[in-house]
Write a protein that binds this ligand. Sequence first.
Ligand code: URA
Length: 261
Amino acid sequence: MSDETERPGAAAWVPEYDDREQGAAPGGGAAPEGGAAPEGGAAPEGGAAPAGDAAPASAPASVAALRAAAPACRGCELQQHATQVVFSAGAQTATLMLVGEQPGDREDLEGRPFVGPAGRLLADAVTKAGIDRGALYVTNAVKHFRFEERGPRRIHKTPAVGHVVACHPWLEAEVDAIAPQVILCLGATAARSVLGRTASVTRERGQLLQAPDVAARLGRDVKVLLTTHPSAVLRLRGEPTFDDAFAALVADLRLAASHLR
Ligand code: URA
């Protein structure tokens, strides 16, 4: 989803992840014994395991451990050009997981997801939907910014399926760690990773979607829904269709929250 129309600057709006509460090594350092990196997730260049190949862990790694391990990931080439890995925001106790596409320019610089203009729009929509930000865990299907340079500008480039597949073990491990009640996919790339198939926002938004792999991993049903990516709404700013597109995003957030127990 293009961030070309984004303006810089939005404060973090999902409560900062507190490693101290969640058992991370002091200083955010080493992964726990056995390694927190999901199989394939921190493989040598070109050596990522295909989606679904991650070995079932005896106990899920904590988000803190995953976060600490992620900078070592060499599962694809995106890490060579990005400033840093952008992991997630939100608490391990969150019940509603929002999955985006990939960090944008701002997120790449700050190291936090959804802190650019699309994030500000998403934050506004979450507020309008009446959702408690403390209930949210926010992450991306791909954890590095993919872009092309045009002069001094870095222009967003949609991640290829290979990037989504290479990064999938991380998302899978996050789902295991959070065990959310509801996952809301923001756009088709997120849906591709969560559902393991191509999905259409136009045709499938508002429906409860089958995610058998997720259900099998968690041993229970997880409600998965799909909505438009906030960047797509952002691009309509100034157009007559903007208000309706924003209202539809708010309605989908409300629908997702209505499935929380
Ligand atoms: N778009 C995304 O999908 N994720 C972010 O973190 C920022 C913009």
